[in-house]
Design a protein around this ligand. Structure first.
Ligand code: GMT
Length: 379
């Protein structure tokens, strides 16, 4: 597994997938520049290899891709890996291509699966500074997956892709993400029975944190409520400032990079996801598994998860007034239990074991196909 170790959906998916594969008896090696955030358990089948990036005064930017490709070559050789699975195309897919070519020159053949997660296609990947390399490395991968139909469509529309793209949705561990009794926590945050609204993200502009705030303020005009914000990122300081300057700071809690997100979700009433772009919305899925309905934008792959009028509602991107009106519908005392039950029911469609099995299936197909083609190369 090659992934970003930081908070963010692609790293979470890679780590949870690796942990599940390890439980199934596969040996899983993580190759990245830091211990992945959710790689927090001991399992005899899990290994972590840190990419070391030596610095040199000549470099303005250290060549991470070169260090990563070298690490992949070394780990594949030393650990006799069967497959490289890289999450987030930039720069992991092209580094994997380089590693694969180096290994090929030594008569070692390794297939590469690339999983497209979202902004590697929808935002960053489309930039002309990256596009040719992204297109090439997707086409050179032995298997390509995307986390939603929408992301697949977007990829085919904006890149010249000859490879087949298989959609494998994000998944949730229902043993971890489930509603637990944390009423003491709810009482501490909402002492007067206020409704609890939550948002978790990496606080990047694409998440439209301003809309999260405006929707919260709009709801608060009608129903007493509190807002919890989990995560951290470039927009946090601006948002804190906004909460202070508008006099709402007392009703908003910034919890930072909290690990036990499920504790907060267990006592939350509504999850807000007004993103500009969102290939799937793993954070919303984790909320739904804890019985939290979702008010979201209709961006990207969100409609493949959030069912309008059933598990919550969707509005056009930036339509704050509509989001407020729909939040009030969900939070109505006679409707909330129905939305909560629906959210959980929908989350079960994305249960971990089903989706992990789809990845295992995909690996088998790729390995099989690759064996056939490398036998041809050798003969
Ligand atoms: O932007 C993020 O939320 C992080 C980003 C990532 O790649 O680390 O998340 C993307 O991948 C997740 C896992 O596949 C998806 O659930 C998110 O929807 C997607 N984010 C965006 O498309 C903005």
């Amino acid at each position: 597994m090659v992934c970003y170790p930081t908070y963010g959906g692609s790293g979470v998916v890679a780590t949870e997938l690796g942990k599940s594969l390890a439980e199934l008896g596969h040996k899983v090696h993580f190759i990245t520049y830091n211990q992945p955030t959710r790689l927090d358990i001991f399992n005899e089948n899990l290994f972590y290899h840190e990419v070391s990036i030596p610095n040199y005064p000549l470099f303005q930017y250290s060549p991470y891709e070169t260090a990563l490709a070298s690490a992949m070559v070394n780990v594949v050789k030393n650990e006799k890996l069967d497959l490289l699975h890289v999450h987030y195309a930039i720069p992991h897919a092209s580094a994997a291509y380089l590693a694969k070519q180096i290994l090929k020159s030594q008569n070692i053949y390794i297939p590469v699966v690339t999983t497209l997660h979202g902004t590697d296609i929808t935002l960053v990947g489309k930039d002309p500074s990256y596009e040719p390399v992204v297109t090439f490395s997707i086409n050179e991968s032995d298997g390509v997956t995307a986390v939603s139909e929408d992301l697949k469509r977007d990829t085919l529309e904006h890149f010249d892709i000859e490879n087949e793209i298989k959609v494998i949705y994000n998944f949730v561990d229902l043993n971890r993400f489930k509603k637990q009794n944390k009423e003491h926590f709810k009482k501490a945050i909402c002492p007067n029975g206020e409704k609890l609204i939550v948002h978790t993200s990496n606080f990047r502009p694409v998440k439209r944190l301003g809309d999260v705030f405006d929707v919260f303020v709009g709801i608060k005009k009608h129903i007493p409520c509190k807002l919890i914000l989990i995560g951290d990122g470039p927009e946090r300081v601006k948002l804190e400032e906004l909460c202070r300057s508008t006099g709402h700071y007392e009703d908003v809690r910034f919890l930072g990079k909290l690990d036990a997100i499920e504790d907060v979700l267990s006592v939350s009433d509504l999850f807000l996801l007004p993103s500009e772009k969102e290939s799937f919305g793993l954070a919303a899925l984790e909320a739904m598994a804890c019985e939290v309905p979702v008010i979201s934008s209709n961006a990207g792959g969100i409609p493949e998860l959030n069912i309008d009028g059933v598990t919550g509602y969707m509005s056009n991107i930036g339509d704050v007034a509509d989001m407020i009106a729909k939040s009030l519908l969900v939070l109505a005392d006679d409707k909330l239990p129905i939305f909560k039950a629906n959210a959980l029911k929908r989350a079960k469609d994305f249960e971990k074991s089903k989706i992990v099995a789809a990845y295992v299936d995909h690996y088998s197909t790729v390995i099989q196909k690759h064996k056939l083609s490398s036998t041809n190369i050798v003969s």
